[in-house]
Design a binder for this molecule. Structure first.
Ligand code: PMP
Length: 294
């Protein structure tokens, strides 16, 4: 067994059979919220943090999930168990549910809960060793007062527009700025720079998704002797950083060695990144909710 999909309480092992209605407002409008979560060696990494963020996103979009956090966690455990995968990626999606063709959420009586358990590789393995070449994108990150980036919603067009630029430019990733020209994040990952043993990442109010991997890195950084700051970053700071890297549940920690044609540091993957990655990997071994009991 490999892929397993839970849809409103039912499990499917064939991708072709895992289907939702075209009248679901998740499909019609991107009206829903989601999480991307990792399972390492049978442990759901940062499970509570992901569940909490899902329920916070849902609350902000006025979506009543109609399942408790405990029930949702159990459904996730059951789906991972049914997949038989000990190392996996979980995509947890709660959409508004089936309604009519208008925007009125009140016609959607029951949210659709989908849990996909599968394998994932986001970037080719050599990018983790050699680092990413990134560009800054012309597409600005959503203004938080229009669509708050802290809501992990099913509407990713802002990010996809930036990703299209990245692909068309032949780069590996894109760095999105906010309307004031400050760095926010990559298209689906948070960003960090290191300068003189200080680790810096933008604060939530600059318009970012407050990543769970980002927090894990902030937590382990002091053990590496780093001073930690959440502060504004300009592209100048990326160009002139000692090191730069991205974080996300799917990507984990991935180094950036070039930005807009400028080498970051000496253009090689740096020692601080390597040390942080080592500590992060250690954390994934003992920080999670256990799926398999035997
Ligand atoms: N920013 C965006 C826009 C994302 O979609 C993600 C998740 N892929 C992240 C940052 C990283 O968040 P996390 O570490 O919680 O996966």
């Amino acid at each position: 067994m490999e892929t397993c999909v839970y849809i409103n309480g039912k499990m499917y092992h064939e991708r072709e059979q895992a289907k939702v209605s075209v009248f679901d407002h998740g499909y019609l409008y991107g009206d829903g919220v989601f999480e991307g979560i990792r399972v390492y060696n049978g442990l759901i990494f940062k499970c509570r943090e992901h569940i909490d963020r899902l329920y916070e996103s849902a609350k902000t979009i006025y979506l009543d999930i109609q399942m408790s956090r405990e029930e949702m966690t159990q459904a996730m455990i059951d789906t991972v168990r049914a997949s038989g995968l000990h190392d996996a990626y979980i995509r947890l999606i709660v959409s508004r549910g089936v309604g009519d063709l208008g925007l009125d959420y009140r016609h959607c009586k029951k949210p659709t809960v989908v849990i996909i358990v599968d394998k994932i590789t986001l970037y080719p393995p050599e990018r983790y060793e050699k680092g990413l070449k990134v560009i800054t994108t012309a597409t600005r990150r959503n203004k938080p007062d229009s669509l708050n980036c802290q809501i992990k919603s099913c509407n990713y067009l802002n990010n996809i527009l930036a990703k299209i630029e990245v692909i068309r430019a032949g780069a590996d990733e894109g760095i999105m700025l906010n309307n004031s020209g400050y760095v926010t994040e990559a298209t689906a990952d948070n960003i960090f720079v290191i300068k003189n043993k200080t680790l810096i990442t933008p604060p939530s109010y600059f318009g970012i998704l407050v990543g769970i991997t980002r927090q894990a890195v902030l937590d382990i950084a002091p053990d590496e002797g780093l001073h930690v700051e959440t502060a504004g970053i300009l592209v100048h700071d990326i160009y002139n950083a000692d090191e730069c890297f991205l974080t996300g549940s799917a990507a984990e920690l991935i180094p950036v060695v070039e930005c807009d044609g400028r080498a970051v540091g000496n253009g090689q993957v740096g020692p601080v990144f390597k040390a942080l990655l080592k500590r992060f990997r250690q954390k994934t071994k003992d920080d999670g909710v256990q799926v398999f009991t035997d």
